[in-house]
Write a protein that binds this ligand. Structure first.
Ligand code: ATP
Length: 238
């Protein structure tokens, strides 16, 4: 168990217009792993996450999930193959209720929606208290939990989380990471980009460091954390 590659990225190249941003990224994610992507602002992490989800068209290279080539699939079909992105910036539908936002995540799999909504409310109890409010009225932390709950409703085999802790208070970040730790302990396969690199590494099995659109280091989370130069550059001494 845990040895099967679930997501594979090979020599991925992409950019905006003529400007390349990713210069041949290689990475592998095994079933049940949590993999952290570290790197400074502008390194290309969000571009990579969006490319994996089919929201940004790669120029060259390969993306596979569970043996299926995802390179030229539409975003919706990539979700069908189990690769689900919770994008940066907690993109909830502000005018819809919390419940309707959660239910939207089930658009591909409308079976047992009520039971699955209940599961999400167990995971994120704050959402139960706000179930019939407009999502736009939630706090930042609650919106992030809602965005993750909506993603989980799409039955991911690989969950891509882009900057879930961005702009949140430390107490809320702790709560959020506790929820991620629970997902990890349930063997959800997760790719995590987060500015809270030390915290991300404390949960992750492995990490890749991306600089200037290239993987410049990779290893177990313990190896990356124990590397003085990397720790200094990315763990910011906290
Ligand atoms: P951050 O943490 O700041 O989001 P990142 O590692 O996720 O950083 P990206 O957002 O992927 O990095 O950005 C990589 C590079 O691509 C940056 O130089 C950025 O300015 C550029 N870029 C990102 N989005 C666009 C866009 N829509 N059009 C043009 N250039 C873009």
């Amino acid at each position: 168990q845990g040895a099967t590659e679930l997501l594979g990225v090979g020599e991925l190249v992409t950019g905006y217009g003529a400007e390349p941003v990713l210069h041949g990224i290689n990475l592998q994610v095994k079933a049940g792993e949590m993999v952290a992507l570290l790197g400074a602002n502008g390194a290309g992490k969000s571009t990579l996450m969006r490319a994996l989800a089919g929201l940004h068209r790669p120029v060259q290279g390969g993306i596979h999930a569970g043996g299926v080539n995802l390179m030229h699939l539409r975003a919706e079909d990539i979700v069908r193959h189990g690769v689900v992105l919770v994008p940066e910036g907690r993109q909830v539908f502000p005018e819809l209720s919390v419940l309707d936002n959660i239910r939207l995540g089930a658009f591909l799999y409308p079976q047992d929606v009520d039971a699955r909504v209940e599961e999400m409310l167990g995971r994120f109890p704050r959402l139960r208290e706000r179930l019939h409010q407009r999502a736009g009225l939630l706090s930042g932390g609650e919106q992030q939990m809602l965005a993750i709950a909506r993603g989980l409703m799409s039955r991911p085999r690989v969950l891509l989380l882009d900057e879930p802790s961005l702009g949140l208070a430390p107490k809320v970040i702790a709560e959020l990471f506790a929820a991620l730790d629970r997902l990890r302990s349930e063997n959800m396969t997760i790719v995590l980009v987060d500015q809270m690199a030390a915290l991300a590494l404390s949960l992750a099995d492995r990490a890749y460091v991306i600089e200037g659109g290239r993987v410049v280091a990779q290893g177990t989370a313990a190896e990356i954390a124990a590397n003085d130069a990397l720790a200094k550059a990315y763990l910011g001494g906290h």
